[in-house]
Design a protein around this ligand. Structure first.
Ligand code: TLP
Length: 349
């Protein structure tokens, strides 16, 4: 049985164009700063994002955690939405690597998108009872575990303006910022303009096999290079990876709306399945998270049946299931998945 994989957009295989570019890539030792393909990619990305400098890192986690490290000192707090990736899915690195404490904040409307007032209420600035004080505000766009929700440009601008007035830096986890830009009809530069640093991934919606980028001011990126080496991320002839990322950067953004349409199609179909709770209106990028607690079955059990009986892969998170669209799933695959979901739920009746 052929598998259709909706577990994440990290599962895409490199396209023929990516594989060709990888085979032909010009390479050098990047620890010496001598890999021409990586250098070209970093320059190109800095241009696209209108930031001073960029650093190619092996993973989004490394990019985010270097940013946390550079913006804070041990004991500082990082204000972050409670489902934020940096806080929940990065092996507690913000504590282990930087000695920081997460100050998780709940978004009042459930969207995962914080208002300035919600952030402000969580800040610790001065005062004799605080061993720690706020060292960083970490944002995420699109917000993965909130269901691919969007942080509009104006909200980022407002948060940054107010944070900067208090001398608090802002980092943006933009693992899927190209999806956000496509859905918001903005440029990635506009979405990242006010933040002090931004990380994005080639290996998510853009579809490259490996790699992420950290961007910011020149001296910040110089220091980030030192931390990348310290953490074991000095990658030598990694131009073979950057070559695939170059192709991803050029070719994928214009087609991301197809993934967003497929996600919405999936959500529309799911909304009609008894016991499933999802609001299709809120599915605006490539991530669909739906609640299955009213079906009487555990999410993991449903995912097991989907895989075993239909070859459809999805991820269970507690009482929810996440399905992510990407270039390796077509509209027809989306319909197949919907039929599989209907079949799986029906077998319970
Ligand atoms: N997300 C993965 C899992 O870790 C959950 C996924 O399948 O979605 N920021 C965001 C918003 C992410 O979604 C991810 C990966 C990362 C950072 C980390 O990137 P990597 O996996 O490259 O370290």
């Amino acid at each position: 049985m052929e598998l259709i994989d909706f577990r994440s957009d990290t599962v895409t295989k490199p396209t023929p164009a990516m594989r060709r570019a990888m085979a032909e890539a010009d390479v050098g030792d990047d620890v010496y700063g001598e890999d021409p393909t990586i250098n070209r990619l970093q320059e190109r990305v800095a241009e696209v994002f209108e930031k001073e400098a960029a650093l190619f890192v092996p993973t989004g986690t490394m990019g985010n955690q270097i940013a946390v490290k550079l913006h804070t000192r041990p004991g500082a707090e990082v204000v972050i939405e409670e489902r934020g990736h940096i806080f929940n899915y990065e092996m507690a690195a913000m504590a282990a690597v930087s000695g920081t404490l997460a100050r998780p904040v709940t978004s009042g409307d459930g969207s995962g998108i914080l208002t300035w007032d919600e952030i402000k209420a969580a800040l610790r600035v001065g005062g004799p009872y605080y061993d720690s004080s706020t060292g960083l505000i970490a944002l995420e766009n699109s917000h993965n575990l909130a269901g691919g929700t969007l942080l509009p440009r104006a909200r980022t601008e407002e948060i940054c303006e107010r944070a900067h007035a208090l001398q608090i830096p802002v980092h943006l986890d933009g693992a899927r910022i190209f999806n956000a830009a496509a859905a918001l009809n903005e440029t990635v530069a506009a979405l990242a303009r006010p933040v002090d640093s931004v990380m994005f991934c080639f290996s998510k919606g853009l579809g490259a096999p490996v790699g992420s980028m950290l961007l910011g001011a020149r001296d910040f990126i110089e220091e980030a290079r030192r931390w990348r080496k310290l953490l074991g991320g000095g990658m030598r002839q990694a131009g073979v990876l950057a070559a695939a990322a170059v192709v991803a950067l050029e070719e994928t953004p214009p087609r991301l709306h197809e993934d967003h349409h497929n996600a919405r199609r999936l959500a529309d179909g799911l909304a009609d399945i008894p016991g499933v709770r999802v609001d299709p209106e809120k599915v605006v990028t490539n991530i669909v998270i739906f609640d299955v607690s009213k079906t009487g079955r555990a999410a993991d059990e449903i995912c097991d049946t989907l895989r075993r009986d239909y070859g459809v892969l999805a991820s269970g998170f507690g009482s929810s299931i996440r399905m992510v669209t990407h270039y390796d799933v077509t509209r027809a695959d989306t319909d197949t998945a919907l039929n599989a979901l209907r079949g799986t739920m029906d077998s319970r009746q």
